[in-house]
Design a protein around this ligand. Structure first.
Ligand SMILES: Nc1ncnc2c1ncn2[C@@H]1O[C@H](COP(=O)(O)OP(=O)(O)OP(=O)(O)O)[C@@H](O)[C@H]1O
Ligand SMILES: [Mg+2]
Length: 219
């Protein structure tokens, strides 16, 4: 399955989610193939930090120049693609290969607008009746329950046609920031921490078969 992690808005957490998912899948022996189609190269950079620090398993990240279509054709496992607004051409290519598009959204009105615009771009880019599922979820949710912005954003997202809003949230947590600087997934940094718990829920929702395999192995 090919999962694109995308949104127009910078800083919504695309690369954070892509990196953590890549490690989660690699630890479950899924050998994910990752593509970094964003010229900022954040996913490639964090994979390099992980390599330099000697953390295992390593995450191999391909770049746009590596001809994704040719490489993906020969890959049997999961494929993750990180795309940003800086390369709209790559974004259009990626959504046309996607089985599913995962859209992290930070809680704000501006993010709702840019998600709406992103859905428009995806709709225009899709060819020949190709219709990947589009899943949205809140990243960087406020951890104080008194702040209404997260629930309001979730509600506004649920009104956007074509977007399936998932009831999982990743909170605004230091562990997600440390993930980049240390080259470790949040569940490697703090196994039982809140970020790890939230992230596992997201990963299990996205890859239920992998979850099932892990559970049966643990028995
Ligand atoms: N849930 C979170 N809690 C705290 N910090 C987060 C969270 N998610 C992402 N961040 C931080 O926010 C910043 C932006 O995240 P990230 O680079 O993943 O976003 P992006 O959507 O890939 O951005 P860009 O569009 O620039 O590629 C990073 O410093 C990251 O560590
Ligand atoms: Mg990024």
């Amino acid at each position: 399955m090919l999962t694109v992690i995308g949104n127009l808005k910078g800083g919504s957490g695309k690369s954070t989610v892509a990196f953590n998912l890549a490690v989660w899948l690699a630890k479950a022996h899924q050998e994910p193939m990752c593509f970094d189609l964003d010229p900022q190269s954040t996913l490639s950079d964090v994979a390099e930090v992980r390599h330099d620090e000697g953390h295992q398993p390593e995450i191999q990240v391909f770049r746009a120049a590596d001809d994704p279509a040719e490489l993906i054709k020969h890959h049997k496992g999961e494929v993750l693609v990180d795309v940003g607004a800086a390369n709209l051409w790559a974004m259009r290519q990626a959504v046309n290969m996607a089985d599913r598009i995962v859209v992290p959204v930070t809680p704000s009105q501006a993010d709702v607008w840019s998600t709406q615009r992103f859905l428009g771009i995806v709709g225009e880019a899709l060819k020949d009746g190709h219709a990947p599922e589009i899943w949205g979820f809140i990243n960087r949710a406020d951890t104080h329950s008194s702040v209404r912005e997260t629930a309001e954003t979730e509600e506004a997202l649920s009104m956007l046609p074509g977007l399936q809003v998932q009831k999982v949230r990743l909170g605004q947590r230091t562990a997600f920031r440390r993930s980049f600087s240390e080259g470790l997934a949040v569940f490697e940094l703090e196994r039982a921490g809140k970020a790890a718990q939230e992230f596992s829920r997201l990963a299990e929702l996205l890859f239920p078969k992998v979850k099932k395999m892990q559970k049966s192995k643990a028995r």
